[in-house]
Design a protein around this ligand. Structure first.
Ligand SMILES: Cc1ncc(C[n+]2csc(CCOP(=O)(O)OP(=O)(O)O)c2C)c(N)n1
Ligand SMILES: [Mg+2]
Length: 318
């Protein structure tokens, strides 16, 4: 793959996530999305960088903030939007919504409404790989709040003693809802927790897609050679509140400004130009193409039917 193609794919995913989330926020405001909706705005580089390093037969485990992971792994935008809008054409016939999208075709074990609940699922996938003796790997995405859950410690230890090919991708966005990390942990450097379990660990700039890609590649080599697991703490920040109805007023302006100045999509855009050789005009055309693709998917989802009662009772419940 040429540099041009590589950066094209990377930017396509970064920009798709950005536009997807903004469209969904608009749909939510129009009253077309029910339930919770947790935007991935500001964290795009982690999903995109990590997934770009993976093989097609690897697995990922997602979270309640999961659209970015699903898109970066090659999920179907139409099926995602239909799911979010509770339509039959969605990943789960519209019965799961935003927080329950899984995609077997792309090795996406699934989003999860239970904070920390995905971590042991990733350990199970890692154990399965180890028993089958393949060179696959798993990336478990989770955030700082989940790392204060007991299941994180147990999972880390099991992965360590079983040498599982698992990357713990800790998306440290510094908040669990409105609780800042400094109130929930004595150290803000959460990667240090892994060292106590004998697990390789490091912290990186989670807003720089190139850094995330390169570190994930390195961690994957460790995992595939039987020396895993590996914990990567990707430092980042939400560009907004915890969910779509949270204005996030408690987030300090200067910290938000700092992370906004390191916007992951803008950073990726610079790489596309400087390393991918795209001209400004080409990028703009590319962005319009992506926007149109999402607009078309939104229309598809809006015009799709809801799950019928007949299908529900005759094919799904039974
Ligand atoms: C076991 C459990 N406890 C509490 C909640 C309510 N809840 C939903 S999201 C969230 C915060 C999670 O924070 P973090 O793991 O840092 O993820 P982030 O939202 O930052 O991506 C909480 C407490 C839940 N869904 N599951
Ligand atoms: Mg968090």
């Amino acid at each position: 793959m040429s540099f041009r193609e590589f950066w094209r794919d990377i930017y396509k995913n970064l920009y798709t996530i950005r536009v997807f989330e903004k469209n969904c926020i608009r749909l939510y405001r129009q009253g077309l999305i029910v339930g919770y909706f947790h935007p991935y705005l500001g964290e795009e580089a982690i999903a995109v960088g990590a997934c770009a390093a993976l093989r097609s037969d690897d697995y990922i485990v997602s979270t309640h903030r999961g659209h970015g992971h699903c898109i970066a792994r090659g999920g179907d935008i139409r099926k995602m939007l239909a799911e979010v809008l509770a339509k039959e054409a969605g990943y789960c016939y519209g019965l799961g919504g935003s927080m329950h999208i899984a995609d077997v075709a792309t090795g996406n074990i699934g989003a999860n409404g239970i904070v920390g609940g995905g971590i042991p699922l990733g350990i199970g996938a890692g154990l399965s790989i180890s028993i089958r003796g393949t060179e696959q790997a798993v990336v478990i995405f989770f955030s700082d709040g989940a790392s204060n859950n007991g299941v994180f410690a147990e999972s880390l230890n099991l992965a360590a003693i079983w040498n599982l090919p698992v990357i713990f991708m800790l998306e440290n966005n510094h908040y669990a809802v409105s609780t800042p990390i400094e109130e929930a942990s004595r150290t803000e450097d959460l990667y240090k927790r892994a060292e106590g379990y004998g697990v390789f660990a490091t912290a990186i700039d989670g807003n720089d897609v190139k850094v995330v890609y390169e570190k994930t590649k390195e961690a994957l080599e460790v995992c595939r050679s039987g020396r895993g697991p590996f914990l990567v703490e990707a430092k980042t920040y939400r560009q907004g509140g915890h969910h779509v109805n949270d204005p996030g007023k408690y987030m300090p302006r200067e910290k938000l400004d700092y992370y906004m100045s390191k916007d992951p999509v803008q950073t990726g855009r610079k790489y596309l130009i400087n390393e991918g050789g795209f001209s400004e005009d080409e990028v703009k055309r590319f962005e319009t193409e992506i926007e149109n693709e999402i607009k078309e998917a939104v229309e598809f989802a809006k015009n799709s039917p809801e799950l019928s009662e007949e299908k529900y009772f005759n094919e799904i419940v039974i």
